[in-house]
Write a protein that binds this ligand. Structure first.
Ligand code: SF4
Length: 447
């Protein structure tokens, strides 16, 4: 059970020294209880208290890293049930299954597709994060051979090795030691052997049981064998069961601090029907799966799931923003037009995309509006004539322009007069209301 603020307070030094940045030990204790502070902020806490509080203040869903280096992905560490309460911390991992029954060429082709799956969306790199190699053949030698192809064709890509055969597990996992793989396939009958292999190779152990009772018993057993890092599978495969079991697991971890289920969840979504599979992927993303295993890489499916994942895991309290500056789009010259907009990511990418489509080299002044879109920023007093004038003046952009002209978004046409007043010598032109009208607008200017 999580400790209350008062229980935590009893374990603190009670000197109210403020070194933790809080006015009193009680205030700090309350923040710790709400998981809004970490124990290391108090330098004077005793070792005994550290031991008790360290356990109690650990994230209810254990943080696990899959892979190493720049392709490593973090999972778990979640602290809330609902995104509007705070935010979801670590986006779920997308993995694509490769069966060891495929030919070397087919394995290499899919591994290569995973490597090349990255896309850029509103300034973030999104990709299929991992390969789930499954021992569909049941043969240890085949599994090892397939693992060698994956290691060669997708170096550095995190892997999930799926087998219930300890011999196959041992042969394959050795190829990825140091790359923090997941070794999935521990169950009630092979737990000891699999735990030893995971420990020896510093792998996270994927634990499977049919149902939550068996699963929590098994994770306790695995923990007693010396394995702390686990991902868990309750056996849910239908949408209804995935929602139900994942919700119960998350609720037990967050609300009850029930450690046997406080691990990232792995969900297997592979289906013959791609649309069905994509819908199950949606369920996993929305309802607490930390790893979603799919059967194939199809661009339409990736794009839909990437977008959903990005939306679910964006902090609702912090709009996505781009840096305030003047961006050149194309080879901007002294004659190039200058647009201005706000720094909400989506606004920036849509406007810059339409300017690019127009094939007219331009400049785009992106003003810090705390990530708000044009109309919202204007209504909130963050995209005003004074602020625009200050930004343009301080940028010094006029030195690079033959004609001092700025094109403002059509939705804030009302600002044109006051910007003119604040920016003497500048011509203020009202641009289109919608970004998709920019190419026609630029064409009409050059006609
Ligand atoms: Fe209390 Fe520790 Fe904070 Fe000092 S640093 S006020 S002792 S909790």
């Amino acid at each position: 059970m999580a400790l209350t603020g008062v229980e935590i307070f009893k374990l603190l030094p009670k000197t109210n020294c403020k070194k933790c940045g809080h006015p009193t030990c009680l205030a700090f204790a309350m923040k710790l209880a709400q998981r809004q502070a970490t124990l290391d902020s108090c330098p004077d806490v005793s070792d005994e208290a550290k031991k008790i509080l360290g356990e109690a203040s650990a994230p209810p869903v254990r943080p696990i890293t899959l892979g190493s280096g720049d392709k490593a992905v973090k999972m778990g560490e979640e602290t809330v049930l609902f995104r509007h309460e705070k935010k979801f911390v670590n986006p779920c991992v997308f993995a694509v299954e490769i069966k060891d029954t495929l030919s070397v060429e087919e394995i290499a082709k899919t591994a290569g597709e995973v490597v090349g799956s990255e896309i850029d969306r509103v300034g973030q790199k999104l990709r299929v994060d991992a390969i789930a190699l499954t021992n569909a053949s049941g043969d240890a030698a085949k599994f090892e051979a397939a693992a060698k192809v994956v290691a060669a064709e997708a170096p550095g890509v995190p892997v999930i090795l799926c087998t219930e055969n300890p011999q196959a597990a041992e042969a394959a996992v050795k190829l990825f030691t140091g790359n923090k793989p997941v070794l999935y396939g521990a169950n009630a009958s092979n737990a000891e052997a699999m735990a030893n292999i995971a420990k020896a190779n510093k792998a996270t152990l994927g634990v499977f049981a049919a149902g939550l009772d068996e699963l929590s018993t098994l994770t306790e057993k695995v923990k007693s064998l010396g394995v702390e890092d686990m991902v868990i599978d309750s056996g849910a495969r239908k949408a209804k069961d995935i929602i139900e079991n994942n919700t119960l697991i998350r609720r037990a971890a967050i609300k009850k601090n029930f450690k046997p289920l406080g691990f990232p969840v792995i969900s297997f979504m592979q289906r013959e029907d791609s649309l069905h599979e994509a819908l199950l992927g949606v369920v996993g993303i929305a309802k607490y799966s930390s790893i979603v295993v799919m059967s194939s890489i199809e661009k339409w499916k990736n794009l839909a799931l990437f977008t959903l994942r990005q939306n679910v895991y964006t902090d609702p309290q912090v709009p996505m923003q781009v840096e305030q500056k003047i961006y050149s789009i194309g080879e901007a010259t002294q004659e190039s037009p200058l647009f201005i907009t706000t720094n909400f990511s989506l606004t920036y990418f849509i406007v810059s995309g339409e300017i690019e489509n127009s094939k007219v080299a331009s400049r785009l002044a992106v003003m810090d509006s705390e990530g708000l879109s044009v109309l919202t920023a204007w209504a909130a007093g963050k995209f005003t004539a004074s602020k625009i004038a200050q930004f343009i003046t301080e940028s010094g952009i006029e030195k690079e322009m033959a004609q001092k002209e700025i094109i403002i978004p059509g939705y804030v046409a009302i600002l044109s007069g006051s910007i003119e007043d604040k920016l003497p010598g500048w011509k203020i032109t009202v641009g289109p209301r919608e970004a998709n009208a920019i190419p026609a607008f630029l064409k009409s200017r050059s006609a």
